[in-house]
Write a protein that binds this ligand. Sequence first.
Ligand SMILES: Nc1ncnc2c1ncn2[C@@H]1O[C@H](COP(=O)(O)OP(=O)(O)OP(=O)(O)O)[C@@H](O)[C@H]1O
Ligand SMILES: [Mg+2]
Length: 233
Amino acid sequence: MDIENTTPALVLESVVKEHAAGPSRVAAVRDASLHIARGEIVVVCGESGAGKSSLLQVAGCLQSPTRGAVYVDGCDVAGLGVNGSADLRRRRIGFVFQEYNLMSALTARENVALPLELDGVRRADRQAHAALQEVGIADLAGRFPEEMSGGQRQRVAIARALIGPRRLVIADEPTGALDSASSRVVRETLVERARQHGAGVLVGTHDREWLSVADRVLEMSDGVLSHATRGPE
Ligand SMILES: Nc1ncnc2c1ncn2[C@@H]1O[C@H](COP(=O)(O)OP(=O)(O)OP(=O)(O)O)[C@@H](O)[C@H]1O
Ligand SMILES: [Mg+2]
């Protein structure tokens, strides 16, 4: 492996994330440290409210940590500033949101192509079509989000997170809205992204089917991240 390939996809050092809740603060993530190599799949399980989305949002540079450090592909996120961090998110990080976050005025294909088009990549629509094909909904490329089911929207969001040279793919409950056959396609697509393209993959989920594809399973409980006592089944 060359030096570039040994750079971890993600490093979290003693990350604390507090949310303001009225006059008080909620500690959603308490002192979490994590290291994800390229090509590695890490799954974080935990009950509702455990802090999974908060951890993933900090790891995906969507929110700043209250304390601690985040490195994506070797880059210290704190030193990037607003534009640098937006560039990193658009080019290097694929994020699948729990609530999809698609643009309602854009078709499926346009939603998927958007990160590449913002970077001036030519033939973005072709790549978008291929990404939609990977998740099994190429026939819906011309539809708007409101014309699709929840599971179909979810797959558009996954295709958007996979397009381009992603070093880190973060997925928040990516199979929550999917039937078992579509869930399997999504798991296989993310595994392929890790194994063939060398992306680090971080998944937060309740879905125990993910345990079988994980290199490591972590448990989150009341903001504390720890090694799971239950391994893959
Ligand atoms: N924007 C916010 N403002 C205030 N509190 C928040 C905010 N976001 C999350 N929290 C609180 O932080 C804690 C962790 O929430 P988080 O969304 O990270 O959990 P989760 O594990 O993703 O849950 P779920 O499985 O339901 O998605 C919860 O107590 C939640 O109420
Ligand atoms: Mg969540």
